[in-house]
Design a protein around this ligand. Structure first.
Ligand SMILES: *[C@@H]1O[C@H](CO)[C@@H](O)[C@H](O)[C@H]1NC(C)=O
Ligand SMILES: *[C@@H]1O[C@H](CO)[C@@H](O)[C@H](O)[C@H]1NC(C)=O
Length: 370
């Protein structure tokens, strides 16, 4: 609005100037004045128009991301440019992602203080994404007692990186007073800081919940079948230590195109393929793993691709991922409701929080047995 008002004022001035151009007294001066005002007007105009035509790059939705990666590396190279001043790109400082450098500014959940669950579901989510948190609380986040085990869900947030930060922060604190399930650390919450977020999650789990048997890092756009997850964990033979499982990705090529969302420099990671890693949408681990990962991260050069980074940490630790009993338990995405597939899977990527509520309601409602 401010620009608009400035713009109309300028218009009036410019037309007033146009009237004086013809007067004999100071034609040259008036002409220069008009030219100057026109230029000023033009530059004022280009700013708002520029914003409309060239919006700031916004992180791709995960759907686009997986769609692109499913299309093969050749097609997904022109994604986001990386922010030029980003420390992860400029330096190989391990410091950047070492979670000990950040502080929890919101951390009053009873989880692991007075509540000792069997499984912690920890969800990295942007501070402003209350819709996703709301949908999770109404669906799988509310499944707290399964097969005699206690399950608890918490959300991990960084500091908002845009918008009215004070207002957003106040909303976050109000939400937390209601649910006591938000944990907030003081790193800047942005797409390119996901590796920091994951390491902060590992740090929180290692320091707060070392006695819990299992945890899952699960993204906020996921469907989760908690019943099937608990069944898998309780199956005899499932490791109780040195265990990470999920949708495993093997021999994934490292993207070297600087424009790409997945660009990793040779300084950060030299090989042309990543070691096996579990796709970041959701992976499950025994609670001895977070401490190991935080410790080894001091020696593993950071890069943005958080799930591949965990893969490199695991390789450095000399620990293999455990394949899930069935690969189809971890579905990349499911944009059409499929009752039987949901009933048999552990997790799947969805499009929107509304879709999560829809699928959940349909699955819990009456329907054919699968
Ligand atoms: C969670 O489930 C209980 C019943 O099991 C229900 O009373 C409660 O309203 C649910 N909470 C939400 C946020 O949907
Ligand atoms: C990542 O977080 C750090 C610490 O808060 C911050 O200095 C940096 O600017 C953030 N990077 C991006 C791309 O947001």
């Amino acid at each position: 609005m401010v620009e608009l008002f400035g713009f109309t004022t300028e218009m009036k001035d410019a037309s007033a100037a146009r009237e004086v151009v013809g007067t004999p007294n100071y034609p040259r001066k008036a002409f220069l004045k008009t030219t100057f005002k026109c230029l000023l007007l033009l530059s004022l105009l280009t700013i708002p128009i520029g914003f409309i035509l060239v919006p700031f790059p916004s992180p791709l939705s995960r759907y686009q991301m997986y769609k692109r990666s499913a299309d093969g590396p050749a097609k997904f190279q022109k994604a986001l440019p990386l922010p030029r001043n980003d420390p992860l790109r400029l330096s190989t400082q391990h410091n950047m992602i070492y979670p000990g450098n950040y502080h929890f500014i919101l951390d009053d959940t009873e989880l692991c203080r007075s509540i000792h669950p069997y499984l912690v579901l920890i969800v990295p989510v942007a501070p402003g994404n209350w819709k996703a948190r709301d949908a999770i609380r109404r669906t799988w986040g509310n499944e707290t007692h399964i097969q005699g085990e206690l399950i608890q869900t918490v959300f991990l947030l960084g500091i908002p990186n845009s918008g009215n930060i004070e207002v957003l922060q106040r909303k976050v604190r109000t939400e937390n007073r209601l649910y006591h399930d938000l944990i907030q650390s003081d790193f800047i919450d942005s797409y390119h800081n996901l590796t920091i977020k994951t390491m902060v999650i590992m740090d929180w789990l290692a320091s707060r919940c070392p006695m819990v048997p299992y945890a899952m890092k699960i993204d906020s756009d996921m469907f989760l079948n908690v019943e099937n997850l608990v069944s898998m964990l309780k199956t005899p033979g499932t490791p109780t230590t040195i265990y990470i499982t999920g949708r495993l990705k093997n021999e994934s090529p490292v993207v070297r195109e600087k424009d790409s969302q997945w660009y990793v420099s040779e300084d950060s990671y030299r090989e042309n393929e990543f070691p096996t890693y579990a796709v970041g949408m959701g992976y499950i681990f025994s609670l001895d793993m977070p401490r190991r990962l935080v410790e080894i991260s001091k020696r593993v050069t950071p890069f943005y691709v958080e799930d591949a980074y965990i893969g490199v940490c695991m390789k450095t630790l000399g620990i293999d991922f455990t394949p899930p009993p069935e690969r189809n338990h971890f579905r990349l995405y499911m944009f059409e409701f499929n009752r039987c597939q949901l009933a048999k899977s552990i997790c799947a990527i969805l499009k929107t929080p509304a879709q999560l509520i829809n699928y959940w309601t349909s699955l819990k409602g009456p329907g054919p047995a699968c």
